[in-house]
Design a protein around this ligand. Structure first.
Ligand code: 5GP
Ligand code: MN
Length: 338
């Protein structure tokens, strides 16, 4: 983002505007943290602001400051569409292409609002007038901090903003351990604690609010874990029957895929989750080092994301999807065993 663009954005924000902020479908901690942080920030400057999420998000994010103001497009379509069409500005956060917001994408495209993207995913589409895209960033929350910093207002960060930003940086960095975590990330985290983010409480709210059934579902997932040592790959499956058996709730499988990656000598992990209602298999992929799951997902599973974390889907059955996955792997043997 250039200095000239920042000056233009400052001018845009110098008088009250109708602003909508949008995270991606099935929002995660970074998506909700970044949108709600920006919500609190823009509210301070007397804008009329709302976060519109494409759909519902997990219970472990439902304590975030401002959660009660978030509208969901899938259950409140008419009102949300009107707001999108009447907005002066639409911020799109933590995604890089309009298909990532489902049915909302067409309405955002149609809206004459000025669009601003803040995002750290690879290969961003070209739909926004102002694009702050940086794939080296740990999280969109880190980018929102830097955006506020570019506007010269980092000393105005409230405890609400700090709490939201801390949450997204923590969840997207695997609690500050992924390689995208830099000294600047830690510097920002320090600033956020000074501004009122309660780190222990945030960690507790996100990670220590499991239900008994969720832990039983994890047990089931771990007993389904398969390893292909010669290709340094591990994968997990969960069928709809298994989800039902353990009373699956949105977000319950978050992080399961990382257990495969925690095995000694494994650098590629996948989880395949059957969603009977949508008739798809939802896929999460993770890797260590140079093996790009973003490329792998784009090539075979209609998805994308980052080098080391990506998502995708399959229209085949659970078994067929796994067979396809296993049959593809040998053609990547060189990269997987390099
Ligand atoms: P997850 O496996 O946690 O759903 O997603 C991992 C990462 O990939 C996240 O950054 C997420 O935003 C991104 N991602 C997930 N699904 C898709 C998809 O279908 N397309 C693209 N482009 N990115 C995705
Ligand atoms: Mn993110």
């Amino acid at each position: 983002m250039t200095t000239a663009e920042i000056t233009q954005i400052q001018a845009l924000l110098s008088s009250p505007k109708q602003i909508v902020i949008v995270p991606h479908k099935n929002p995660d901690g970074d998506a909700m943290g970044s949108t709600l942080a920006l919500y609190h920030y823009l509210k301070m400057y007397n804008h009329n602001v709302l976060v519109i999420a494409p759909n519902e998000y997990p219970h472990f994010l439902k304590w975030l400051p401002g959660d009660d103001t978030v509208l969901k497009h899938d259950s409140n379509t008419k009102q949300c569409n009107t707001l999108l069409l009447e907005a002066d500005l639409i911020f799109t956060l933590d995604f890089n292409a309009l298909h990532r917001v489902g049915a909302m994408g067409d309405v955002i495209k149609e809206s004459e609002a000025i669009k601003l993207m803040i995002d750290h995913h690879q290969q961003p589409d070209d739909y926004a007038k102002y694009v702050f895209s940086d794939v080296s960033m740990s999280s969109t929350c880190e980018m929102v901090y830097r955006f506020i910093e570019m506007l010269g207002n980092e000393d105005k960060i409230s405890s609400e903003i700090a709490t939201c930003l801390y949450t997204g940086i923590m969840t997207d960095t695997g609690s500050f351990r992924f390689p995208s975590t830099t000294s600047k990330t830690h510097f920002i985290i320090g600033k956020l604690i000074e501004s009122g983010a309660n780190n222990a409480e945030i960690h507790n709210n996100i990670y220590d609010t499991n239900s008994y059934e969720k832990l039983q579902l994890l047990g089931c997932a771990l007993s389904n874990l398969k390893v292909i040592p010669e290709l340094r790959t591990a994968f997990i499956t969960l069928s709809q029957d298994e989800l039902n058996q353990f009373d699956f709730k949105k977000g319950d499988t978050e992080g399961f895929v990382n257990y495969g990656l925690s095995l000694n000598n494994i650098i590629f992990a996948a989880i395949f989750i059957e969603h009977k209602q949508e008739n798809i298999i939802k896929i999460s992929l993770r890797s260590k080092g140079n093996f790009s799951v973003n490329e792998f997902s784009r090539q075979y599973f209609e998805g994308g994301g980052h080098t080391n974390a990506a998502g995708g889907k399959s229209d085949l059955s659970l078994n067929e999807t796994v067979e396809k996955f296993i049959s593809i792997l040998p053609s990547h043997k060189k990269e997987l065993t390099a």
